[in-house]
Design a protein around this ligand. Sequence first.
Ligand code: ADP
Ligand code: MG
Length: 276
Amino acid sequence: MSMAITPSGDKRPLALSVEGLTYAFNESMPLFANLSFTIREGEFVSLLAPSGIGKTTLFRLLAGLLTPQGGSIRLGAEKVEPSGAAHRRQSGRIGYMPQRDSLMPWRSVLDNAALGLELSGIPRREARRRVRELLPTFGLEGTEEKRPHELSGGMRQRVSFLRSVLGGGELLLLDEPFSALDAMTRISMQEWLLQIWEQHRKTILFITHDIDEALLLSDRVLVAEASPVSIMKELAVALPRPRTYQTVLDDSFVLLKRQALGLLGKEAARQEGASR
Ligand code: ADP
Ligand code: MG
């Protein structure tokens, strides 16, 4: 039996639906066994799980870069096909920021960041103008003409993030987009993402290890604990929007964090909760 995770009462159309997904790189170690979940249009959902569990692999499956051994993946009503015309059409509907940045070494920061826009049909000059406008917000001012090898890991991550967010696609898959950033830069990127998400309400699936980050950004958090993943626990984040980084200081946020720690099986959190 597959168990679909769907927020009750939410009538928005499905942006993504995964049913009975089964995948293994080799037969003995399946990463996913009959996994089902859905994401609605305009939802911001985070995926919280330890490393090695298969998060990046899941994204590659969703993007049609790998073929599942069982089950189905649908974007809207359309089945994800890993090859052929359907795949080309679908790849335009997904903005995928891989965990390891895939910047082109011969392209400048400006041209790397503008690539997403160009691929979605925006003329180059206009694409570059929009990127230029955002460079200060991203702490990338003055790096326009630099090549990726001249940047720090955190800067490369921000260029890659900028490219994915600006590019087309109604579904954004972001694989640990802020993991290489220092705390202060991370906070400003989170606030920027909150702001643009509140304006555009794209559907976002966001991978992170950071509980605060997952709660601050998301409508729902999905938690996967052990391989093979067949069920993900779910936490609804009903904090009011707009949110800013200050939200992490609210009592309601701390309460949710306690629940999240409980879901992650952190004993200490449970005891603390019980003594309240
Ligand atoms: P996560 O992103 O959650 O850290 P990954 O999806 O990167 O996990 O990897 C999950 C597991 O699959 C790991 O054990 C990893 O070694 C293995 N794996 C990832 N990519 C490949 C591959 N191309 N071939 C074989 N095994 C792989
Ligand atoms: Mg990964």
